[in-house]
Design a protein around this ligand. Structure first.
Ligand SMILES: Nc1nc2c(ncn2[C@@H]2O[C@H](COP(=O)(O)OP(=O)(O)O)[C@@H](O)[C@H]2O)c(=O)[nH]1
Ligand SMILES: [Mg+2]
Length: 691
């Protein structure tokens, strides 16, 4: 592949709800520009973009693919993202390194939840964007209806740059308002606009020119004085309003039918920013000072790692964007986040899974490098003499958890390292060992997300995992003062054991554990204090009433008895364990449960159902707000009621609801539920005994 310098590079993310045709459009663009000789299909699993085993199996993009399209001396790096909301992490990473986005809308299905999610992240990162009404060949495709829907849904001004030439079965090309020409099929040849569309085109052209004039004061003056703007001036003005986010230009296409490709590519090259056209990236310099980076070959080297994949067959691949400077094959770079040097081998440009070796990548370009051992997603590669850290974007917190269970002894050994490797690839996937429930928890954005991760563990790392319901990490504490004493005595035959401990416990909101020694007059030698504390801490870990860790207690040992010969540390440990359990039982023990702050966004028409459902989940609704047909509900809900909410909300709203949640605090479990949990624990203990 040719070497491309900054002005000739475009980094463009294709984003939308699943199935709007992103992958097929990218496939069509590759085919049209001669990168491939044959148009792949989703049905056959033969697209360049969806090459992973799981993607082919599901007919669905699961991760972002890089697809460089070469057109008229330019390289358009398409980032084809997944649309299914479980994989939103991939969309976030892609939009973070893209300089612009094409938001696709299915011309029949219209704007869907995935479209809105992608739109909101494009807003967050300030990405200029196109709206593309795609699949215009479908029966009942309706350009005007989609345009109106976009205007009603999004807070933006839309300006058509193209009109469809026919709709549905009659869709045969695009009317381009920049050139005022019609383009049939893929659109390599300009022809006159058909007479029946001429008036509509004239009218739309006027609106377009007016929007373009806003891009520049001198243009606006010229326009207001009634002078014609030249074709270059219209493009220049339009590029300015697009970059500023003042307008979202609207296009039409049918990727699978290869209609509208050339005019779209022309527009991407002409109207979308090169990496040098966008605002500088704010990063952190060697002494924590802020540095601003622009896509300049002569700037300091700063390459941001936005994705890594670890495949046992292909090895590790690090995806980066050269934010500033140039990067060369076979050199050494400094990983500023890890504080370590990495040796770069051959740099690559990726096209789907194909790796194309290159010697150099210029500022703004996207590339990959194999086998970096220390570098992970979110790191910055730079010069050792000029360390720079580019901040990573924020990813949503987990919404869905499962407990994973290794299927064999061999799987047990591999569990930790494999989960760690899987999670390194994906900032929205994480795992931990829950100390209180003794489960290994894998958490992510939804059931499909977790399902894919578990399948990957099996196919790539030969790790077989079963799943189980995750238990809620309850905690135990007390509500009032309580005391007890316990005598441990074993003095028949051989060496005897003797210890007696008197203990008081009380609630302690300040900290989990507080111990005081109030034994006076030598009733217990203070040398036994460590054993007594050890006994208490052991019980606190295991729990007293339902097997969950004990928190927020203040303990005082105020009296006891010892025996000159038979008192030993172990005897005091046992006595203190039992004394603590008894005192705890006397102190109004309760279970605490984690409460999460939840924010739910649903169509207004689903609001009643969603609120009704929240009522059955012991939720405390804290706010409701409706804007542009969408309702936002905020509530505090016990985690126990949220374990399968991703699936439940999907079915409540026909897939049109989204939510986010984060841990807030622990709260007392209602008494009747507490009884159930304790009973469940007793059944478990019984079952363990019988084993
Ligand atoms: N009628 C029609 N169908 C299309 C078009 N583009 C894609 N499709 C079909 O829509 C489905 C989803 O396409 P895909 O490219 O995977 O969508 P993505 O999820 O946005 O990547 C597939 O069955 C495609 O064959 C198009 O231009 N017209
Ligand atoms: Mg796709």
């Amino acid at each position: 592949m040719k070497e491309y310098t900054t002005p000739f590079i475009r980094n463009i993310a294709f984003v939308s709800h699943s199935s709007a045709g992103k992958t097929m459009l990218a496939e069509a663009l590759l085919h049209f520009t001669g990168a491939t000789t044959r148009l792949g299909s989703i049905k056959d699993g033969s697209t360049v973009s969806d090459f992973e085993e799981e993607e082919i199996r599901r007919g669905l993009s699961l991760s972002t693919a890089l697809l460089p399209v070469e057109y008229k001396d330019h390289k358009v790096n398409i980032l084809d993202t997944p649309g299914y909301t479980d994989f939103v992490g991939e969309v976030i990473s892609a939009l973070y390194v893209a300089d612009a986005a094409v938001v696709l809308v299915d011309a029949v299905a219209g704007i869907e939840v995935g479209t809105e999610v992608a739109w909101s992240y494009a807003d967050r990162f300030g990405r200029p964007r196109f709206l593309l009404i795609n699949k215009m060949d479908r029966d009942n495709a309706n350009f005007q209806k989609m345009l109106t829907q976009a205007q009603e849904t999004f807070d933006a001004r839309f300006i058509p740059v193209q009109l469809p030439w026919g709709e549905g079965e009659a869709f045969q090309g695009v009317i381009d308002l920049l050139t005022m020409k019609a383009y049939a099929g893929a659109g390599t040849e300009a022809q006159d606009i058909p007479a029946e569309l001429a008036d509509a085109a004239e009218e739309a052209r006027m609106a377009l020119v007016e929007a373009a004039a806003e891009g520049d004061d001198t243009l606006l003056e010229k326009y207001l004085e009634g002078e014609e703007l030249t074709a270059e001036e219209v493009v220049q003005g339009l590029k300015a309003v697009v970059l500023a986010g003042d307008y979202v230009p609207v296009f039409v296409a049918a990727g699978e039918k290869e209609i509208g490709l050339a005019p779209l590519l022309e527009a991407m090259v002409a109207l979308m920013p090169s990496p040098a056209d966008v605002p500088p990236v704010k990063a952190e310099g060697a002494n924590g000072e802020e540095v601003e980076l622009t896509a300049d070959d002569n700037g300091p080297l700063a390459a941001y790692v936005w994705k890594t994949t670890a495949d046992p067959f292909v090895g590790k691949i690090t995806y980066f964007k050269v934010i500033s400077g140039t990067i060369h094959s076979d050199t050494r770079v400094w990983n500023a986040n890890k504080g370590t040097e990495e040796r770069l081998g051959t740099l690559h440009i990726l096209r789907g899974k194909e790796q194309i070796a290159v010697n150099v990548l210029h500022a703004g370009d996207l590339g990959t490098v194999p086998k970096l051992s220390e570098t992970g997603t979110g790191d910055t590669l730079c010069d050792k003499g000029n360390p720079i850290k580019i901040p990573a974007p924020e990813y949503p917190t987990a919404l869905y958890r499962v407990a994973v269970v290794p299927q064999s002894q061999a799987d047990s050994t591999k569990l930790g390292p494999t989960l760690t490797r899987l999670c390194e690839e994906d900032p929205t996937l994480s795992w931990y060992q829950d100390g209180s429930t003794k489960q290994t928890i894998l958490q992510g954005m939804g059931d499909q997300h977790i399902d894919v991760a578990i399948r990957k563990a099996k196919s790539k790392f030969q790790l077989n995992l079963g799943t189980a319901e995750p238990k809620v990490p309850y905690r135990e504490t007390i509500t009032k003062k309580g005391q007890a004493q316990y005598r441990h005595k074993k003095q028949t035959g051989g060496a005897g054991q003797f210890a007696e401990v008197h203990m008081r416990v009380e609630p302690n909101p300040e900290s989990d554990y507080d111990f005081t020694w109030e034994v006076f007059g030598g009733a217990i030698s203070s040398s036994f204090q460590p054993s007594i504390e050890k006994g208490i801490k052991g019980v606190m870990k295991q729990g007293v009433i339902a097997g969950y860790p004990v928190v927020n207690v203040k303990i005082a040992v105020y009296d006891g008895k010892e025996h000159p010969v038979d008192s030993k540390p172990v005897a005091f440990e046992i006595a203190s364990r039992e004394a603590f359990k008894l005192a705890f039982q006397n102190a109004g023990p309760v279970l605490l449960e984690p409460i999460y702050k939840v924010r739910i966004i649903v169509p207004e028409s689903n609001m009643g159902d969603v609120l009704g459902d929240l009522n059955t989940r012991r939720a405390r609704v804290q706010g409701m707000d409706t804007e542009k047909g969408r309702s936002v509900i905020t509530a505090e809900v016990p985690l126990a009621e949220m374990l399968r909410y991703t699936t439940d909300l999907r079915s409540l709203t026909g897939g049109r609801g989204v939510f986010e949640m984060e841990f807030s605090h622990y709260e007392k479990v209602p008494a009747h539920l507490q009884q159930e949990i304790i009973a469940e624990r007793e059944r478990e203990l019984q079952a363990e005994k019988e084993k």
